[in-house]
Design a protein. Sequence first.
Lengths: 260, 358, 309
Amino acid sequence: MSKKIGDVILDVQNISLRFGGVKALTDISFNVREHEIRSIIGPNGAGKSSMLNCINGVYTPTEGTITFRGKTFDHMDSHQVATMGIARTFQNLALFKGMSVLDNIMTGRNLRMKSNLLMQALRIGPAEREEMAHREVVERIIDFLEIQAYRKTPVGQLPYGLQKRVDLGRALALEPQVLLLDEPMAGMNVEEKQDMCRFILDVNDEFGTTIVLIEHDMGVVMDISDRVVVLDYGKKIGDGEPEDVRNNEEVIRAYLGTSH
Amino acid sequence: MFYRENGQFKTSYQADQQIFPITQDRWGVLLIVAFAFVGVPFLADEYMFRAILIPFLIMALAALGVNILVGYCGQISLGSGAFMAVGAYAAYNWFIRIDGMPLIVALLLGGFFATLVGIFFGIPSLRVRGLYLAVATLAAQFFCDWAFLRIKWFTNDSASGTAAVADLQVFGLPLDSPLAKYLFCLSVLVVFGVLAKNLVRSAIGREWMAIRDMDVAASVIGIRPMYAKLSAFAVSSFIVGVAGALWAFIYLGSWEPAAFSVDRSFQLLFMVILGGMGSIMGSFFGAGFIIVLPIIINQVLPFLGEIAGVSVSTAALTHAEQIIFGSLIVWFLIVEPHGLAKLWSVAKQKLRIWPFPH
Amino acid sequence: MGFFLETLFGGLMAGMLYSLVALGFVLIFKASGVFNFAQGAMVLFAALAMARFGEWIPQYLGLENMLLANLLAFAMAAVVMFVVAWLVELLVLRHLVNQEGTTLLMATLGITYFLDGIGQTLFGSDIYKIDVGMPKEPLMLFESTFDGGIMINQEDLVAAVIAALLVAALSLFFQKTGTGRALRAVADDHQAAQSIGIPLNRIWVIVWCVAGVVALVAGMIWGSKLGVQFSLSTVALRALPVVILGGLTSVPGAIIGGLIIGVGEKLSEVFLGPYVGGGIEIWFAYVLALGFLLVRPQGLFGEKIIDRV
């Protein structure tokens, strides 16, 4: 695979996160290069989702900084993060259950909609054209994810696998530079996983989107990642190419659960 | 058989996203609106206008406003009565104090001031939700109750504390007959209905629904909760304020603050719950239901009482209303939380495949 | 100064009544996560029941002993409240398990209207008296320190003592008994509690029964003081700000919040009222609660509300 992996686009430095007495993350540092697929793995409760939440602005780290494209922040504001081009999916599917698939993905376009309230109420000229232009973009995403038949269905009525695709679609609607995927294949069968892998690889290939991926399925991780970070009990215990990490003793111990 | 979409292909996104994409729906609504404007005036008598149609139209407008806030944006509000009051008293003061103030401008100004108050009392929604937000809106309700009662300036220093308007006219046409009032209210409702429907299916509507469904996720995709929530309060209060002004000017003629008490707020909330939260049609269903039901009870119960040989007092009728309303609210919440509007759309679904059962 | 203290005590006593109603809110919320808007309607319903039973028992059973008649009336009213609790669980709560808080809140709004209507249909809608033999003459205290002394209502004093006993009993119940522990588990997480075998339905019936008895005590005291009439049901609306102030999950919060609101209302009415045309009582409690919502939504003693993604 000849893929141009660029410079460091996202740099996480010495991030610690504490909830009262619970240390969710301790002194985590790693970086992500542009256009690569970076996986974060680790046993349950290792702090992987918390890490994404810090990057995303949902949690504020107790210590440490995050640098994105050269700008350093000690905490991220979720709105700002979206405008900077970082999008994410959620482990527990934070979809808008009351809305259709089409509307859910359209909400991802909201950042780019410029017409004001009055123009939307009157639905004339510029407002109408803008709505149609964004609808086209969303339809391309729907085609890409092969969910055309469900576009008007309320998301709450769809099976889990399809809901996950809608979650991905909504993140893609932001046209992000970095895509944070939180266990996108959880609860899927083999075919669904293959489809999802295909989508992720296509997004990375066609649009050059940098992917940060939390995943439990080792086969998938070893197959598609360029580099891997391993967390355990909130600490980093491995960082490097898939092969190196697979043979790392500490990582093996963490997963097999011998003495800590 | 009749209600099928067969053969209706949309060739542009624009066509797909119209207000009524199904041809039968479009014709149906146009027919109903035409009937409302042209047919009803011939069929309805003065009592029907006064007691049923005019209050229905104005309450439907108010319910529409409340539905935007509660149904689409998920912000519970028990202060709608207060916003109606602000609309009414603001419009009143502009109307009375400035010579030659056109009625429509006064109504819009009423809505505008209701918007300001609505945004102010909507600020707590940025911090709290659910019951806590309900308490904040109740603060608005009781504060306004007091303000319009005690601050004499609002009622033009009248001795009795009542406000009254007379000689209303629109574009030179007097609004004195029930028919004229009916047509005026109908026009206002249709205009606001279209604007509201446009809003809820465009970007801002999706933002409102996103906040309702999951506000944490909404902020992660770049929606600003503050803008979404306050805009919901603003738009909702504007509509409710105009409805309040209409209620005062056109339906009541002369009014006291008690017309906009907390009972009114509850009534509006019930309309939205029963009619269907997050549905424009639902607001109309709910308003109709709640306006018409007491009238039905008032006719039917004494009739039943006569058969049973029991006399039914007016107090008993009020209590019966309370019992029936209370039960209906609970029943709907359990059986069909999406209200009458959902029942209606289920009926339409069945109609689409009629005469086949499934 | 004497006048200030009098107003203060008057406020404390009024506050105690708010606290009793707020207590009912807190109990149900702690145990079921439901905010029971119908608490005020329950107070009215219970008071009506007690008032009418108090009339009917001497009438139909010829019981002359006031104390016995009242005790019997109280017991019967309590039974009625148990029936209400059981019916609410059976017909409403069971079908709304794990629905959103807003839905449950609106369901209790429906219950409010229902109870109002049916209470007045069953028991009548005039003004009734509850006579439990509370001393009505005011007490004069501190006559030596202040000129003329400070007037305190004996009835209020007795009410305060009853309320204090009730709170103590409830606190013991929650902390020391197995049922109390189960109630706290259910308040935390319905599904988790179910999964360890706690019978959700029975717990809810129990908690609504307890709240019903609290409502009865509150209704008895209010009714004895003010007469039993429809306006009693709006008492719920007056007590809402109390739970905001005190914290929705805190029993001591309900008490202290009630006292603060009671005192605040009286003091502001007497000392600020004349400047702004009077009638401040209508909104004082609510605006105070509004302030708290902006600054400290969980109230003085409540638990912080955390959202998880």
